[in-house]
Design a binder for this molecule. Structure first.
Ligand code: FAD
Length: 455
């Protein structure tokens, strides 16, 4: 990296790019610019107000935080928050089971419960002796056959849009809780619900404007003359270090911090055919976000639920959020309306008919008893996100490591949800910190634990 005062160019005004820009300002570095193809900031963490006045996130965004830096940024960005206790449920066998599912299998019908227990006891009697080669094996070794067949396999197929056998291991970290057999048995005997969120039992959400309000506010606090919207990067000359935009204009850089999807970045490298050829190795899924605005008060049954998982085929969605619970202002008439937001995954292995997904989602909501007694639907909203989940495909880590080393040698850092392509560190807090740590690395040579170690 150039030693003194490099010109740093950021591509993308999502949380990663904004985190980087924020850090540059904080450090008093003056030679930087940010280019974003959209007309506003926020990326996948944006919010939308539909024609009926309902606010939607692009998928249910829950603000986790693993970093004090991120907490301080949130406090600066938004004054008014709504505090929530997490309450997540699984709809299965026509009943609600509290999440984490494995702790609460006592609520299952007897046959399913027995299958889950047999699987757990088999694991206990004969613990696995070899390392899992793929995510399906990891699930089997962690939860046993019964839990996998009942919930883990169908749910994971639905959320990833790929068979778990196509996914790698090692990325899960804290995301998937493992099973404590004693605890499962104790819950069964006592018939107690066990939600086990630990220290992350609460989260906060902006009172106004959805998740996107956070990022609009961060962007507004950065110097306007450095924030360039409506600028899509279409080509990169890595030898002369020049970016080209859709309108043919160009800008030079010393260091490029890119947050566009990594496969797109590779395809933009006009003078690096070996890297460009690797773009086809990357695997991702798309997300359909479907919002349904309803007249009337939130039914009692949903008045405290945050989000719900749907492993079965009754509904096309894998998750649904009672979005009006996140803030009363997510609906135009608080107290007299409520809203549900569902997420449907899509991939070449799991095609989705975009023209029918809205109707199918509403039908699924009825089939799963989310919508009952025919309330009036006052709004229907749908958005397809071409890039939704960065799939941790088999062999991902080796590919990422090689490509990152080659890009770094060209003074290019690719970071963020699809810039880094590491699902395990692709939430908003991780994304911001990938941007912050990238800047610290360029200017101070410090390590990048979020990206490098997936912490
Ligand atoms: C369905 C769903 C649910 C989620 N739920 C949660 C959650 O509960 N909690 C949580 O913390 N996070 C959640 N996230 C993740 C969150 O959205 C991401 O952490 C965050 O948006 C990633 O920020 P980013 O800047 O890396 O990428 P993005 O938000 O994708 O931003 C990248 C930006 O780059 C721009 N860009 C792309 N290509 C170009 C180009 N060629 N030229 C110029 N600009 C370009 C894009 O327009 C975009 O604005 C969820 C995401 C999805 C999709």
């Amino acid at each position: 990296m150039p030693a003194d005062a490099p010109r740093i160019v950021i591509v993308g005004a999502g949380p990663t790019g904004l985190g980087a820009a924020w850090r540059l300002q904080e450090l008093g570095h003056t030679d930087w610019d940010l280019y974003e193809r959209a007309e506003t900031a926020g990326g996948l963490a944006s919010s939308v107000v539909d024609d009926q006045g309902f606010t939607w996130d692009l998928g249910g965004h829950v603000l986790f935080s693993h970093y004090e830096y991120f907490d301080r940024l949130m406090d600066t960005a938004v004054a008014n928050w709504v505090e929530h206790e997490r309450e997540a449920w699984v709809w299965i066998r026509n009943r609600w089971i509290p999440y984490p599912f494995q702790n609460n299998i006592w609520r299952l019908p007897d046959d399913d419960l027995i299958a889950c227990l047999e699987g757990l006891l088999d694991l206990h009697r004969a613990p696995p002796t070899s390392a899992p080669r793929a995510f399906d094996e990891w699930l089997l070794q962690s939860f046993g056959r019964g839990l996998c067949d009942t919930f883990m396999f169908p749910y994971n197929r639905k959320v990833w849009a790929y068979d778990p056998g196509k996914l790698d291991v090692g990325w899960m970290g804290e995301r998937v809780a493992t099973v404590d057999l004693t605890r499962v048995l104790r819950n069964l005997v006592r018939r107690t619900d066990d939600v086990a969120w630990g220290p992350n039992a609460t989260f906060r959400f902006p009172l106004h404007g959805g998740t996107g309000a956070i990022w609009r506010s961060v962007a507004d606090r950065l110097p306007a003359e450095r924030m360039h919207y409506g600028c899509q990067v279409t080509g990169i000359d890595t030898r002369r270090k020049i970016l080209t935009f859709g309108d043919g204009s160009t800008t030079p850089y010393d260091t490029l911090l890119s947050t566009m999807p990594l496969d797109h970045l590779l395809l933009s490298l006009r003078d690096q055919p070996t890297l460009t050829a690797r773009a086809s190795q990357f695997v991702h899924s798309s997300s359909h976000i479907v919002g349904v605005g309803l007249a009337g008060e939130t039914p009692e049954e949903f008045s405290t639920k945050c989000w719900m998982y749907f492993p079965e085929d009754q509904a096309p969605f894998y998750r649904c959020t009672v979005f009006s619970n996140y803030s009363p202002h997510n609906v135009p008439a608080p107290g007299r309306q409520w809203s549900l937001m569902a997420e449907v995954s899509e991939s070449p292995d799991k095609p989705v008919d975009g023209a029918r997904v809205l109707d199918e989602t509403v039908a699924g909501m009825r089939a799963c008893n989310l919508i009952r007694n025919d309330p009036r639907i006052v709004s229907r909203w749908h958005r397809r996100l071409s890039y939704g989940y960065p799939t941790p495909w088999l062999g991902r880590d080796g590919v990422l490591m090689e490509i990152d080393a080659q890009l770094t040698a060209l003074d290019i850092l690719s970071r963020g949800r699809f810039g880094g392509w590491k699902y395990e560190v692709s939430n908003q807090d991780h994304s911001v910190m990938q941007g912050v740590e990238a800047v610290d690395h360029v200017l101070r040579g410090s390590p990048q634990p979020t990206y490098d170690d997936g912490m």
